[in-house]
Design a protein around this ligand. Structure first.
Ligand code: GDG
Length: 482
């Protein structure tokens, strides 16, 4: 790789696996674009606009002749991906090697050399594209586990750039990470950044320790000193949500009406339990439904009193582990409802589909007990969204200790998802808690979420990135101007 002269005009470049839009077929049969809902988009959009930024990512699919384009004022550069790359880079190395490895081996990671080769070549292409569109001394912000080699590849091409990297998922302890045959390459890839951001301080410490042990660089607290004289900082930036936006949506008349309608359609039970997750084995859906069903089987709860609504958004359906999980959940829900349901009163109301944001807000409004029980989760935005929607200060949150969100939402009913009896007790406590107790907890959590919203997250990452190399590069304008 040789350095290339800067040719682009973007002062801020976002590089992420996915673009904020999906390629879709419109009603008239022509291809078009649809904005994808994800939290990352709403997080980054304001700062993109403030800096006239460019977003590089894959729109899904295998179309190969897509040109850069503008969508609602955002400059978007679509990356192409061949069927082979989708299988080896995306489904393979990203989602069947790194994803389980970084989530405490909840599933067994697979190591295949051809998957790694695809990971290297796709990362290289993303780096080359970023090198092409970034202006001189621009800031490039690379996102997530699919693109951990991009920082170093990009630095080799464009040493003038200021490069930040943010990992949305956990970063594992050395004991697990060192299983990876390509551990050193990943660490060196990340060290191409000036600032490496994580959800939690523990993840950042794992990274620094591994860099010291495996790459042999000198480190001091959150700093890594590279032999070429450059310093890399590793730090935690817990991600959040557009709290005000969610609350506004929750307060709208349409959402309030829909929440009332949902309750009625469920047969007006005394209390509604709710789970909303991508259908992923890290999220602990199976164990939580079992815990709930045992409470009904034992007579602690009654289907007249309580229903569990579980939304499982389709996800990574080509990956085998995800197909197995889907079948397991289908079977479990069928068995629970068969054994415990009555006419018009299933114990679990299960939906394997995705919904518009308004429907999500209505579900959050309708739910009395929100149940979030991942075995491991970088943050978990669903927990924060629920809190943001509970403007009456009511509603109970049952939350896994192993979600990043548990470090901030201390007033939730915290549980260990591996401990089914503990989970059952917490579900019952949350169900039976008196109004004062629920309000006390929710008020405190709402304060936390309102103060640390997603604009603050993006601004603090970018401010820190600028601070790491103050005399170098152009300034990035914050999303929130006071
Ligand atoms: C990764 C990390 C970290 C879900 N179903 C629908 C829908 N959603 C939205 C939720 C929420 C988002 O998707 C899911 O975010 P989570 O944080 O819960 O989980 P991951 O997808 O695993 O996200 C995670 C996150 O990145 C951010 O850094 O917190 O730990 O794993 O916003 O509302 N949205 C709509 N319809 C659905 O059916 N509209």
């Amino acid at each position: 790789m040789r350095p290339v002269a800067s040719s682009g005009s973007a002062d801020l470049v976002i590089v992420a696996n996915r673009l904020p839009v999906d390629r879709v077929t419109l009603a008239d049969g022509t291809p078009g674009w649809r904005r994808s809902p994800g939290g990352l988009v709403s997080a980054i959009e304001p700062v993109m606009r403030a800096n006239d930024g460019t977003w590089i990512g894959w729109p899904g699919g295998t179309e190969s002749d897509l040109e850069p384009f503008e969508d609602e004022g955002l400059h978007l550069v679509p990356m192409t991906m061949s069927q082979d790359e989708i299988e080896n880079f995306y489904e393979g190395f990203s989602n069947a090697t790194l994803w389980p490895l970084y989530h405490d081996l909840v599933a067994k990671p697979e190591f295949h050399r051809e998957w790694w080769d695809a990971y290297v070549s796709v990362n290289q292409r993303f780096a080359e594209q970023a090198a092409e569109v970034a202006s001189e001394d621009a800031t490039v912000w690379v996102h997530d586990y699919q693109l951990q080699l991009v920082p170093q590849m990009l630095r080799e091409l464009r040493p003038d750039l200021r490069i930040g990297f943010y990992l949305h998922i956990p970063f594992p302890p050395a004991e697990l990470f060192q299983q990876l045959p390509w551990r050193r390459q990943i660490l060196e890839g990340l060290l191409g950044a000036d600032l490496v951001g994580f959800q939690l301080p523990g993840a950042s410490q794992n990274f620094v320790r591994l860099v010291r042990q495996r790459v042999g660089h000198k480190t001091h607290r959150d700093l890594v000193y590279l032999s070429e004289g450059r310093t890399v900082r590793a730090a935690a930036f817990p991600i959040s949500i557009d709290a005000a936006g969610f609350e506004e949506l929750a307060r709208s008349e349409g959402v309030a009406d829909r929440a009332a309608e949902i309750r009625e359609q469920l047969g007006s039970p005394r209390k509604i339990f709710l789970g909303i997750d991508r259908l992923d084995y890290t999220k602990g859906i199976y164990a939580r439904l079992r815990a709930f069903s045992e409470l009904i089987a034992e007579g602690e709860l009654d289907v007249e009193d309580a229903v569990f609504v579980q939304v499982a958004t389709p996800s990574r359906e080509q990956v085998e582990q995800y197909r197995i999980l889907r079948d397991e959940i289908d079977r479990l829900v069928g068995r629970i409802n068969g054994d415990l349901g009555r006419i018009g009163r299933p114990a679990i109301s299960y939906m394997h589909s995705s919904f518009p944001r308004e429907e999500m807000a209505a579900l959050y409004r309708a739910a009395d007990v929100m149940v979030v029980t991942p075995y491991r989760d970088g943050m978990n935005l669903v927990a924060k969204e629920y809190v943001a929607c509970r403007y009456d200060n009511d509603g109970a949150l049952v939350l896994s200790e192993f979600a990043g969100a548990a470090e901030e939402l201390r007033q939730a009913w915290l549980i260990n998802p591996y401990d089914i009896n503990g989970m059952k007790s917490a579900l019952l406590e949350a169900f039976r808690a008196d109004e004062r107790e629920v309000t006390r907890r929710m008020k405190a959590m709402r304060k936390t979420v309102a103060q640390n919203d997603v604009a603050a997250w993006a601004d603090s990452f970018l401010a820190e990135l600028t601070a790491v190399r103050p005399s170098h590069g152009k300034t990035v304008r914050p999303a929130r101007r006071s």
